[in-house]
Design a protein around this ligand. Structure first.
Ligand SMILES: Cc1cc2nc3c(=O)[nH]c(=O)nc-3n(C[C@H](O)[C@H](O)[C@H](O)COP(=O)(O)OP(=O)(O)OC[C@H]3O[C@@H](n4cnc5c(N)ncnc54)[C@H](O)[C@@H]3O)c2cc1C
Length: 513
């Protein structure tokens, strides 16, 4: 469980004063949202038939922005027997208040997000209601804790129930659906679900990546940027940071803001990454249609993109470099480490250094085997290395460890025909990126990935129950007419026909004579 007291505080200078009528404006926005949903006719009744002994049609694991948006999309699609769980307490889902340490989001303020086409649910509408239109005009990027506030508001406005403090521990496939082992306050219990969606974010794909040179040190000497820690640990310390992406710079800056004596940040390459190749995927065509590319193209592109990791944004770099006691070491990889006189000695390409604290700013690693909830089914899941052989000059162990997913985010079988249940587990964490591109993993991914997944969940549930639906469609018996609407006209016509027949008979008799 995440410790609330360790939330990373906002920079108050980045939070504008609230609009004098903020409360009324937010209330108005909420009623506009409800009206928009009603006007679109999208409060669709549940159409998935009840299955005996099944608790949920869909269990969404993860109540972050992706899990919430998916819940909303399913509701609009008429799939309502859905439950969302999250391991952490309410308000602390995802990264925003705990391990994200940037002052503002890295993405732009105008990107589409979880609103799924509803103007009143956009970040912009919420921000303008709370702080005013002018404040939005002046805004560069959204302050980090305000994004967390927006996600909280989204959940409240849409009345989405998340069972917080509930962790998925194990998935047990049944003949139909799954039994899941859940834990809440040390109590284990089981529920049954037909579908499982793992909306478990960056960490849900595996684990923080920590090179042996750091991992071999006693844990008290180092933190990973993914850890939740009190920034006071840096006060008066000499800190060595390995890694040069945004999170590494964020922790370097935080350490300096909390009174570190010196911070030394080490990058492998001769310069920082100036262009993040992943951003090349950020246009509607690629966001929407990447999943349909042939495997060889997906591999080729992702190998090109990840040949250099994502670079830091300018604000993040400036936040650290404005300190005189910040030192940037380029072309300086770390080779070995040791504890000498209660300090960490590191041998690098550019000499030997001594530190009190080490920060691993080395990102995340896709490794499904590290996810406790997948123990028991991991051996059935196909990874890219099981399904795809890259050309000799494009080999990559890293990419080979990504799960090989279908176009609806579903796991596939390592050996076809041996674990068909995998088609009902949908992996919407960062591990999906090689198979589905940028439809997963970021704020703007939601607009593309969530409707795709909602559609697939609906399709699968519909087809699985197709006999029920055939009977339901055929048994439809809600007449639009009672018969009264045209009875008079029919009677009139009958009597007209009778009199026509009488006249015709008379004319015939006359003619005969
Ligand atoms: C440091 C950092 C900064 C980022 N900044 C940006 C940014 O500026 N802009 C942007 O577009 N993207 C950014 N991202 C990427 C992305 O938007 C975030 O990671 C975002 O939080 C993803 O949302 P999500 O709902 O998919 O996952 P998360 O927000 O991570 O939510 C996943 C949830 O799943 C829960 N969970 C995991 N396992 C279990 C389990 N077994 N049982 C129950 N619950 C479980 C977790 O508790 C968590 O709350 C950033 C990522 C990081 C790491």
């Amino acid at each position: 469980m995440k410790d609330k007291s360790l939330s990373v505080a906002a920079n108050p200078a980045l939070i504008p004063p609230e609009h004098p009528n903020a409360r009324e404006r937010i209330a108005d926005l909420e009623s506009r949202t409800r009206r928009a949903v009603a006007y679109l006719g999208e409060e669709t009744p549940n159409w998935v038939p009840q299955t005996p002994e099944i608790d949920h049609d869909v269990l969404i694991v993860g109540g972050g922005q992706t899990g919430l948006a998916l819940n909303f999309a399913l509701r609009r699609a008429g799939i309502t027997n859905v439950s969302v769980i999250d391991a952490v307490p309410e308000g602390f889902e995802g990264i925003w208040l705990t391990c994200a340490r940037m002052e503002t989001l890295r993405s732009s303020k105008t990107l589409p997000g979880p609103e799924l086409g509803l103007e009143s649910l956009t970040f912009r509408s919420w921000y303008e209601a709370r702080f005013g239109e002018e404040a939005f005009e002046k805004l560069d990027r959204c302050e980090r804790t305000l994004w967390a506030d927006y996600v909280k508001w989204y959940r409240q406005t849409l009345d989405i129930t998340v069972r917080n403090g509930v962790t998925l521990k194990r998935i047990i496939p049944l003949e139909r659906g799954f039994e899941v082992e859940l834990v809440q306050s040390d109590k284990k219990f089981r529920e049954r679900t037909r579908k499982i969606v793992l909306a478990t974010g960056m960490i849900g794909s595996g684990e923080p990546s920590t090179p042996p040179v750091i991992a071999s040190l006693p844990r008290t000497y180092w933190v990973h940027t993914d850890d939740i820690f009190d920034s006071e640990i840096f006060r008066g310390q000499t800190v060595g940071v390995l890694g040069a992406a945004s999170s590494a710079f964020d922790v370097a800056a935080i350490a300096l803001e909390f009174g570190a004596r010196e911070v030394h940040l080490f990058a492998r390459h001769a310069q920082l990454v100036h262009t993040t190749r992943l951003k090349g995927l950020s246009y509607a065509g690629a966001l929407e249609h990447f999943p349909e590319l042939p495997d060889a193209d997906k591999w080729h592109l992702m190998r090109y993109i990840w040949a250099r990791s994502a670079g830091p944004i300018a604000d993040t770099v400036l936040r650290a470099t404005r300190f005189e006691n910040f030192h940037l070491h380029l072309s300086s990889n770390w080779h070995s480490s040791a504890i000498v006189n209660d300090r960490v000695t590191i041998d690098t390409d550019t000499g030997r250094f001594e530190f009190d604290k080490i920060v691993a700013g080395t990102g995340y690693r896709v490794n499904l085997a590290a996810r406790p909830e997948l123990t028991g089914i991991i051996d059935d899941i196909a990874l890219w290395r099981d399904r795809f052989t890259p050309p000799e000059d494009e080999e990559s162990e890293t990419l080979g460890s990504y799960p090989y997913l279908g176009t609806g985010f579903e796991f596939m079988e390592k050996t076809p025909g041996t674990a068909p249940y995998l088609a009902d587990i949908h992996c919407m964490s960062n591990a999906a990126m090689l198979s589905l591109g940028r439809a997963v993993g970021e704020i703007t991914s939601i607009r593309y990935g969530v409707p795709r997944l909602a559609n697939r969940l609906g399709q699968d549930l519909f087809l699985a129950d197709r006999q029920h639906h055939i009977e339901r469609i055929k048994s439809f018996n809600r007449p639009d007419l009672t018969g009264e609407e045209y009875a008079d006209a029919a009677r009139r016509r009958q009597s007209e026909s009778a009199s026509d027949r009488g006249n015709n008979d008379k004319q015939y008799e006359v003619a005969k004579k």
